[in-house]
Write a protein that binds this ligand. Structure first.
Ligand SMILES: C[S@@+](CC[C@H](N)C(=O)[O-])C[C@H]1O[C@@H](n2cnc3c(N)ncnc32)[C@H](O)[C@@H]1O
Length: 258
């Protein structure tokens, strides 16, 4: 659990006028004083939720064990380890898509707990099919917005590795504010990494890669930059799309140094 006193960032909990502490609402649940839904800047776009027969079967077979229910995160005493059934180093993947990297990397790291954030339900279901095929049991999937979850439910200094492979590029300038890698998120993510913990990224958008270098390079607790392709990282759907469109791939790796 993240105690209020441990939160490195403002907004984990706040006091109302009457002094009562209110837990922050998950995205899509925030209401204005008049009871209207708050419009939020989200890093993802809503996509279809229809399952293929394979995804439906995987969901049916595995969701009770592997999917962390959204409502579980409403409990301020929430603990990830409970859902893994063990204490182990935590690896977080944001935007796992159909789980190609998740399944392959988790299967070769049975000693870590891999927490995959993916708001797209068919992707989460496909991930479960792949994790099962890979013979892994150390992946749990959370369909709640990763930005909110990292801020409010992941403790400072608790993440061994963070993976963000091909985050949504939001190529139009007016959408850049929706990109995952911003100065604010970089500070938050750096705070959640263990000392020495790594943040691995990949993108097929040259201007986003440049922006990552700029933003992560300016974060005082991180050191790193562009690296050669992480050989263990399998080629994913979005990487294939990028290559097919003639874009080149940039891998980056940063380490928390203070
Ligand atoms: C461009 S896809 C890349 C998927 C995969 N990593 C790959 O390489 O094929 C980005 C994914 O991130 C997910 N995503 C973006 N922002 C997210 C967030 N804040 N929380 C959870 N998932 C998110 C989207 O739903 C989408 O499936």
């Amino acid at each position: 659990m993240i105690g209020r006193h441990r939160a490195g960032h403002k907004g984990t909990a706040w006091s109302g006028d009457n002094g009562a502490v209110t837990e922050p609402a998950r995205p899509h649940h925030k209401l204005t004083e008049e009871g209207r839904r708050v419009r939020e800047v989200l890093t993802y776009a809503r996509r279809g939720s229809r399952f293929t027969p394979r995804q439906a079967a995987a969901w049916e077979e595995h969701h009770e064990r592997w999917v962390i229910p959204d409502t579980a995160l409403d409990d301020p005493a929430f603990a990830w380890s409970r859902w893994f059934g063990r204490e182990a180093p935590l690896v977080v993947e944001i935007g796992s898509g159909v789980g190609e990297a998740t399944a392959a990397l988790a299967a070769t790291r049975p000693e870590v707990n891999v927490l995959a954030f993916e708001v797209w339900r068919p992707g989460a279901a496909e991930t479960m099919a792949r994790v099962a095929e890979a013979g892994a049991d150390n992946v749990r999937i959370c369909l709640v917005d990763a930005v909110w979850s990292v801020e409010h439910r992941i403790a400072p200094g608790s993440v061994r590795e963070l993976w963000t492979f091909f985050p949504d590029p939001w190529p139009k300038k007016r959408h850049h504010k929706r990109r995952l890698v911003t100065a604010r998120f970089a500070a938050l993510a750096a705070d959640r990494l263990e000392p020495g913990g790594r943040w691995r990224l990949a993108t097929d958008w040259a201007d986003y890669a440049e922006r990552m270098v700029e933003v992560l390079g300016a974060e005082p607790s991180l050191e790193g930059g562009i690296v050669g392709r992480w050989t263990e990282r399998p080629v994913t759907k979005f990487e294939r799309k990028g290559i097919a469109a003639g874009r080149s791939i940039t891998d980056l790796c940063y380490q928390r140094v203070r």
